[in-house]
Design a protein around this ligand. Structure first.
Ligand code: ZN
Length: 182
């Protein structure tokens, strides 16, 4: 694995060489952790006020170890990094759809289910200009107001009960849709 960076795809970390084209590059951060080891038989104990060896019952001793864990990035940052590996990509905005959103998408997205590093899920993707209807807002002629976000790729993300539409300007939207579906 390249020094300090790992590539995240569908819950697994990969090296740069074997990373799928849309794997998310994540910096590895060093953290200190403590584990409790039995001085007699080397077994590992669960943490407790006075950790005891699960095998022989001896009192365990703490040992500090340094672990490398991937940094935590939110969905929009993760997707921008992933898209940028395949082609040029830029975040153009985000719209809340559910549960309190007043914007109704005027496009149909392709259904997907892809886990992102922060635990949210990419549930849909649409290549094209994302247009929305503004629920409850009318123009002077009595028709509903619609609006368009700049960008050519819309990604629907579910995160803890909230559904958001993230909009990107990318060089090759169709290529990204294909890679995401793969
Ligand atoms: Zn022991």
């Amino acid at each position: 694995m390249a020094e300090g960076v790992a590539y995240w795809w569908r819950g697994r970390l990969h090296s740069e060489r074997e990373a799928p084209p849309l794997a998310v590059p994540l910096r590895l951060v060093k953290i200190e952790a403590v584990e409790w080891l039995c001085p007699k038989c080397g077994a590992r104990a669960e943490w407790g006020p006075e950790p005891r060896c699960p095998r022989c019952g001896a009192r365990c001793e703490p040992r500090t170890l340094v672990e490398e864990v991937p940094e935590l990035v939110d969905a929009i940052e993760a997707l921008e990094r992933a898209f940028n590996r395949a082609c040029k990509a830029r975040v153009r905005g985000a719209v809340l759809l559910e549960p309190f959103g007043i914007f109704v998408p005027l496009f149909t997205w392709k259904l997907l289910d892809l886990e992102l590093p922060d635990g949210s899920r990419l549930v849909g993707v649409y290549a094209g200009k994302p247009r929305f209807l503004k629920r409850g807002f009318h123009d002077g002629n009595g028709s509903l107001t619609s609006f368009e976000l700049p960008g050519n790729l819309a990604v629907i993300v579910w995160s803890g009960g909230v559904v958001e539409c993230l909009v990107f300007e990318v060089e090759e939207p169709l290529k990204l849709v294909e890679l995401l579906s793969g």
